[in-house]
Design a protein around this ligand. Structure first.
Ligand SMILES: Cc1cc2nc3c(=O)[nH]c(=O)nc-3n(C[C@H](O)[C@H](O)[C@H](O)COP(=O)(O)OP(=O)(O)OC[C@H]3O[C@@H](n4cnc5c(N)ncnc54)[C@H](O)[C@@H]3O)c2cc1C
Length: 421
């Protein structure tokens, strides 16, 4: 049977491999590093003496490709979250707390209820969301919803920066619309928050590796693809430090590597070049943080952090589009982050516990209209070479859902099933 070589064992590569194996294909997965997961992984942190994630990852129940991937690898129960959609928020400047609670069904009557919508906002102000439907390819989020006012500060701004890892003033409106269309616009069942129960690797990575190995796929670590050789129409060889692999007839390659690596390997490939950072601060408390186990997250407005997550005695905060913060020393970041945590959870600001700062300086590509136009499609100019990754033109932001969907698109393209799902 012809073999498919999948390069890169991040979520896009894993999803490609899982999807191909489910279709009965012979797959080898190659990863440059010593572990799988890429930008979505856990590791044992010696200072905190805990397993922590490189960054908190929030999904929504409407992320159907991610949910299907978890079902495929038998890891559906690896995520936790509330039985119905609700998002607790705290405005750190005013101390005001509220719960955003979208209703069931497609008619969004929750915006009519002052107990379900953002406090101090009016129902009519939410109708600016309709401008996303007709937003052009060059529109930024603020072109649709404006760039000021309470609804912007407490809803659109955090939503945009969280979903796009790009400030609302430069983030692509169409990408945010794709998220809204698949989640909030479909009612509460599609926008229940979901996070990993014990860690990202336990949820998304380890079960996938087990699935692949049990079905005969080969997984090779420490294999960095250095060069692809081509005839005029197809790739015919893969060169790793350890040797060359000839691509026989029917052999295919899926490149599921980040944009700069893909640009080096594929002649003439257009890729998004700009990136934004995400910073996470993890604190180990002396006792469990005491948030409800089914809702261990909190949106923060007006501070350094945008989201706070709790897992046992580790509390973590996320700052997206954090290029300026990422340039600061870890101690400064920890101090500013702890101020937010202390205010949110009622701890002493002066007694900062042990911390770990994780700076992902190139967390995602900058999801601006200009950069979005540089996203390539799954198929390349070479008949047996395909692309996957959160930066491929999936129509979605660079997220787990986007990465997984890009992998499923690549698998479908290889299987020749026509339109990718
Ligand atoms: C801190 C942080 C927070 C995030 N938060 C969220 C969130 O809340 N919700 C959400 O949905 N998404 C979130 N994301 C985005 C999500 O993690 C990514 O979209 C997703 O993990 C990207 O997967 P990928 O497979 O496309 O890329 P990667 O994870 O980058 O995988 C690429 C892999 O290719 C390997 N590689 C590179 N070059 C080569 C080579 N030449 N040969 C072989 N292998 C190679 C790399 O080592 C890597 O393992 C976050 C990301 C970060 C960094």
């Amino acid at each position: 049977m012809p073999r498919t070589h999948v390069i890169g064992a991040g979520l896009a590569g894993l999803a490609t491999a899982v999807s191909l194996v489910r279709r009965g294909r012979d797959v080898t997965l190659y990863e440059a590093g010593g572990h799988a997961g890429g930008r979505c992984r856990s590791y044992a942190d010696a200072r905190l003496d805990r397993t922590i994630d490189n960054g908190n990852h929030l999904l929504l129940s409407g992320n159907h490709a991610a949910m299907r991937y978890l079902a495929d690898i038998e890891a559906t129960d690896a995520l936790i979250g509330p039985a119905s959609a609700c998002f607790p928020f705290l405005d750190l400047r005013t101390g005001q707390r509220w719960m955003l609670r979208p209703n069931a069904g497609r008619l969004p009557w929750w915006i009519l209820s002052s107990r379900r919508r953002v406090p101090d906002t009016r129902a009519w102000s939410y109708f600016s969301a309709f401008r996303f439907v007709t937003a052009g390819a060059d529109a930024a989020v603020t072109d649709c919803v404006g760039g000021s006012g309470i609804l912007f500060e407490r809803f659109w701004k955090p939503l945009a920066v969280g979903a796009l890892n790009t400030p609302a003033r430069s983030g692509a409106a169409r990408l945010l619309w794709s998220v809204l269309r698949e989640t909030f616009a479909r009612g509460e069942a599609a926008c229940r928050p979901r996070i990993a129960r014990t860690g990202l690797s336990a949820a998304f990575v380890d079960p996938a590796l087990k699935f692949l190995r049990q079905r005969g796929a080969r997984v090779r670590f420490g294999r960095r693809l250095r060069r692809i050789s081509y005839t005029s129409r197809r790739a015919n060889g893969l060169e790793f430090g350890s040797g060359r692999i000839e691509l026989r007839d029917g052999g295919a390659v899926v490149l599921a590597v980040p944009p700069p690596a893909a640009a080096e390997l594929v002649p003439g490939l257009s890729v998004p070049g700009r990136t934004h950072a995400i910073v996470n601060a993890h604190f180990r408390l002396s006792e469990p943080a005491g948030m409800p186990p089914e809702l261990p997250l909190l949106g923060l407005i007006g501070g350094t952090a945008q989201w706070l997550f709790v897992r046992g005695d580790v509390v973590s905060i996320t700052v997206s589009a954090a290029d300026a913060l990422a340039a600061e020393p870890a101690e400064i970041i920890a101090r500013r982050s702890w101020n937010d945590v202390a205010a949110a959870l009622g701890h002493d600001r002066e007694r900062m516990p042990p911390f770990r700062i994780v700076k992902e300086k190139r967390a995602t590509f900058a999801q601006t209209p200009g950069q979005v136009k540089r996203r390539p499609r799954t198929r390349t100019g070479f008949s047996n070479l395909f692309l996957a990754g959160d930066w491929i033109d999936t129509g979605l932001p660079a997220t787990i859902e986007g990465a997984v969907r890009s992998g499923r698109m690549a698998a479908r393209a290889i299987a020749g099933c026509g339109r990718p799902s």
